[in-house]
Design a binder for this molecule. Structure first.
Ligand code: KDG
Length: 312
């Protein structure tokens, strides 16, 4: 079983049960979230081992995260419980002021997760792992978390990185400068149109391929939301269209795609198959509220691919 290690901040999400501005929302549903934690959940469900290097606070939300991730089967031995800072939380406002769009409101400044630092990165864990994963969010939350990612990527056998540019956490300039600095250490890059525009100044797939090819990136996974996704590897382009499904909550769909694809890719699946499964996992994710409430295993994905006929 391939061993993946991810670095990132797990958080508790409060997802509004009704649409509209949060000032008028009274009921929220509690979920475990955070891009790399979501990635790990999908990797584990699809047959890889995944450890998360992170910090949570010594509080009820930290306990929520630890219990949940332990239940999912994520290796939580490298998540430190920090007594001096709280677990981060965020709230999700849905369909307001733009219908079909969600907005996140973070309460994470100074959080335990942002105190992640290079000393949390266990040398032997990193060098024995098959792949190290992280995202732009971890680079953005603090300088010490950023240093932890750079340290881990430098020593890794192979790496995957989701650009995940969150402009609520840092400026476009800082995102560009920092992520481009990490590019020489990225083997599998996961990105989309919006992030490519910020990072490379282009958003069309062929142009993004051209820009990414200036770096040692071997595989590019280009997420296209409901339209599916495209992979570029060594001159080969593989495209898988998306599915029309009932949409409840799109947050976490990118992580479902990334976690499933990377997990299957390092297990040796053909690109076409790994990508079809990843697109299916992302399609299933958007049908539920919460980031980790539809993390399908391979059997469930196969059933979806075989039996789901939209519009019938
Ligand atoms: O991909 C979903 C994540 O964006 C969400 O869980 C929150 O990790 C998160 C973040 O920092 O935006």
């Amino acid at each position: 079983m391939p061993k993946i290690v991810a670095l990132g901040e797990p958080m508790v999400q409060f997802n509004a049960l009704s649409n509209g501005p949060l000032r008028h929302v009274n009921l929220f549903e509690k979920h475990v979230a955070g891009s790399e934690a979501n990635f790990c959940a999908h990797a584990v469900r699809t047959g890889s081992e995944c450890a998360l290097i992170a910090r949570v606070g010594k509080d009820e939300f930290g306990a929520t995260i630890m219990e949940w991730l332990r239940g999912v089967g994520v290796d939580i031995r490298h998540i430190k419980v920090d007594r001096d800072a709280p677990t981060a939380v965020y709230f999700v406002q849905r369909n307001f002021p733009v219908p079909y769009r969600t907005e996140m409101f973070y309460y994470r400044k100074g959080s335990a997760g942002s105190r992640l630092n290079p000393e949390d990165v266990d040398h032997s864990l990193i060098t024995t792992a098959d792949l190290i994963h992280s995202s732009g969010i971890t680079l953005a939350i603090s300088l010490s978390a950023r240093e932890a990612v750079f340290k881990a990527f430098e020593k890794a056998k192979s790496t995957s990185f989701d650009t995940n540019v969150r402009l609520k956490l840092w400026s476009a300039e800082e995102a560009r400068e920092t992520i481009l600095k990490l590019m020489p250490d990225i083997g599998l890059l996961i990105t989309d149109r919006e992030d490519s525009k910020v990072l490379f100044g282009v958003s069309e797939f062929p142009e993004v391929v051209k820009r990414v090819s200036e770096y040692p990136v071997r595989v590019l996974l280009f997420k296209e939301g409901p339209k599916g996704a495209t992979v570029f590897r060594e001159g080969e382009v593989v495209r898988v269209p998306g599915y029309s499904v009932p949409v409840e909550d799109v947050l976490g769909a990118g992580d479902a795609m990334a976690g499933t694809f990377v997990s299957l890719y390092i297990q040796g699946f053909e690109i076409k198959e790994a990508l079809s499964y990843a697109v299916a996992a992302a399609s299933l994710k958007v049908t539920v509220r919460g980031d980790q409430t539809a993390t399908p295993d391979l059997e469930e994905i196969k059933k979806f691919l075989l039996e789901y006929k939209p519009g019938e």
